[in-house]
Design a protein around this ligand. Structure first.
Ligand SMILES: [Cu+2]
Length: 318
């Protein structure tokens, strides 16, 4: 009885998987709203940017070429096994070389490789082409959060694991899909970006190597202290796109998720204006700092300022 139930459960799983396959096949024809992975999803997602679509297309082309090769090779093998079986009086071949066959099985793979590498290379070059971007976001990795700066806009903030996920993970409670649908995948401040806009990212880190990865954007980029890496994205559909740090960066590596919220251009401008307005009062209280304090000796002043800057960087205002 147990075994029967188990079998039935397995069957149900398979049936669900197959129906999901059908659903995702339909979804591929009409791009889906969410790019979160679904249970029993077998293929990679298409993503929501030019680059993610490039990656998907290159992947599908390679996949179908592999399928074609597999079919041809296994069909030839099956035919040989069946047609030249011992009971039909087949005898072992005596030749060791066949120049024609060797030329054919060298040229065909070479053509296939060239056929795959040509589009792959153009796509790779496109990945690094950040020209004509309309805005730039600086991403800085910290142990263990991200800092986002909208360059030239005076808007910046940090983004870290939402407090509820953090509480649950440290409480020993068992998270459930119902109670915590985005357990460890939510942040306090999401990165808001406009759709249909070429956004350039400059990516670095302040302490150790991190990696900024949102699968729906189609790439991940290392965040390395002392180095500024570049990437770009043109998100085509409004939505919430999640990612994570993809470089082992310490004990809380698994707890520095990324959430990108893509909104229509007008809504983004409103959001940006609101952020600027919220930041605006900040300079006023800062004014007293300009009041000249008893001037210390010049030799001391420089290191003190440098230290203050470093601290300000290391502990960004949440
Ligand atoms: Cu990290």
């Amino acid at each position: 009885m147990q075994a029967g139930q188990l079998k039935f459960a397995r069957f149900k799983q398979w049936a669900a998987g197959l129906s999901l396959l059908a659903v995702s096949a339909g979804a591929l024809a009409q791009p889906a709203q969410s790019t979160d992975p679904v249970e029993w999803q077998l293929n990679m997602g298409r993503g929501v940017t030019t680059l993610s679509n490039h990656a998907y297309d290159a992947h599908m082309m390679a996949l179908w070429i592999c399928v074609g090769i597999g079919v041809v090779v296994f069909a030839a093998m099956a035919y040989a096994i069946f047609a030249f079986r011992k009971s039909k009086g087949a005898v072992a071949a005596t030749f060791t070389h066949n120049t024609t066959a060797e030329v054919i099985w060298t040229i065909i793979p070479v053509l296939l490789l060239i056929g795959m590498s040509w589009p792959a290379t153009t796509k790779l070059i496109a990945m690094y082409d950040t020209r004509d971007s309309e805005m730039t976001v600086k991403v800085t990795g910290y142990q263990w959060m991200w800092k986002y700066e909208y360059l030239g806009e005076d808007v910046s903030f940090t983004s870290r694991l939402d407090r509820e996920s953090d509480r649950v993970r440290q409480s020993g409670e068992r998270p459930t899909v119902e109670a915590n649908p985005h357990y460890l995948l939510d942040v306090d401040n999401v990165l808001v970006l406009p759709v249909d806009t070429k956004v350039r990212f400059v990516i670095t880190a302040d302490d150790v190597i991190h990696s900024w990865w949102v699968p729906a954007l189609g790439w991940k980029q290392d965040a390395i202290p002392g180095i500024v890496n570049e990437a770009w994205a043109d998100i085509q559909k409004p939505g919430i796109y999640r990612g994570q740090c993809a470089e082992l960066c310490g004990k809380d590596h698994g707890f520095m998720p990324i959430v990108v919220k893509a909104v229509p251009k007008a809504e983004f401008q409103q959001w940006l204006a609101a952020q600027k307005a919220a930041n605006a009062p900040a300079p006023a209280p800062a004014a007293p700092a300009e009041v000249p304090t008893p001037a210390p000796e010049q030799t001391d002043a420089a290191p003190a300022t440098a230290q203050a800057d470093t601290q300000a960087d290391a502990v960004p205002a949440g």
